[in-house]
Design a protein around this ligand. Sequence first.
Ligand SMILES: Cc1cc2nc3c(=O)[nH]c(=O)nc-3n(C[C@H](O)[C@H](O)[C@H](O)COP(=O)(O)OP(=O)(O)OC[C@H]3O[C@@H](n4cnc5c(N)ncnc54)[C@H](O)[C@@H]3O)c2cc1C
Length: 368
Amino acid sequence: MEQSKMPLRLRQEVMESGNCARCGLCVGLCPYIKTMNERIAFIHDCNREDGTCYRVCPRTPTNLSDLDKQVFGKERADHGLGNYLEILYARSLNKDLAQAGQYGGVVSTLAAYMVESGESQAAVLTKRQNNSPPTPCLARNREEVLSCSGSNYSASPTLSILNAGVRSGLEKLTIVGRPCQILGLRKMQALTERSEHNMSAKKVDFLIGLFCFWSLETEIYTYLRGKTGSARLLRMDIPQNYGVVTTENGEIQIPIDELRAFIRPTCQSCFDPTSEFADVSVGSTEYDPEWSTLIIRSTRGQEIVNKVCNAGHLETKPYPEERLPLLLNAVINKKKRVLESLSNGKGYEYLELSSDYTQGIEEGGVGR
Ligand SMILES: Cc1cc2nc3c(=O)[nH]c(=O)nc-3n(C[C@H](O)[C@H](O)[C@H](O)COP(=O)(O)OP(=O)(O)OC[C@H]3O[C@@H](n4cnc5c(N)ncnc54)[C@H](O)[C@@H]3O)c2cc1C
């Protein structure tokens, strides 16, 4: 990688150009990068040549083939879903986690197991704040995990607490993140030089990735307040053609076009709607809100899911064969839209895509 004033390039190419995914991983690497109201910015010029901030950013040059080999020990055969071992449906067997969870509470159940069993000292999560942007949360027990259940559809820079958490002595961490957040963490884990800056991601030993086709601008909360008034927001969901906001006073439906107006432009350049580099990825089934789709990607993911099922916290069932083409089509269509916007000169090109990869997408992804 060219070593020229990387922090400056991060500022210009990513932050000031509207390409920041707001993962939060660069926050706390140095005193100059701060977050406010979900935005991330330099508060002071940095003239260093090299910069971990630039190297680990999910929106700076990334070689997916190299990362596939580093994380999974092999290149992908499936250009839609990436590397994986198994796809299942899953739901929590813990009543409170299932009830509070977005779709079956799978993510919270995995995270709760990690902190309760001592596999992790804490889980880095995102916590709803009524009708304001959510905040990052270091959950150390089941109650704290439970308090973070449910989806917030803005791009919360959750990882902004990671570097400080590691500096405070945390050794083993679980992370729940959007695909961009998982990508940044894997880029950091892949750095070979040993420096204080590179260490945070190496303390993360279980990565739970969410499906995410797009996230919304922070202004969504002002818009929602206009709809809900002072009523406390309890839950938000986006079934395919509309949004539903549940408040203490009941449900409000929101036309999908009104929500779409808040989609962050940078999400239109993202090739990874299923968190391809996570240990496990979790997303909706698109039709049954009591279950989630669970993609087990790594042997670590398999080991933890087995432990959580054997402990009686999670149940799984086979992924219906007839649903796989639907999932794959949704993912491939998203990737094709990104390729098209790149060929129109509208997209933001940051991934080093081999011809195998782009051809795999054009041909429909499958190839396992
Ligand atoms: C911005 C966003 C977009 C999504 N888009 C899709 C989609 O297009 N298709 C799809 O199938 N699924 C999507 N999901 C995932 C889905 O909403 C559920 O999170 C997932 O199915 C897990 O459900 P669960 O019941 O197991 O999660 P729960 O047990 O409820 O746990 C949810 C976890 O999500 C974390 N979280 C909440 N908000 C955020 C955030 N903004 N950033 C990072 N982490 C967060 C919390 O820390 C919590 O641990 C999206 C999620 C988010 C946050």
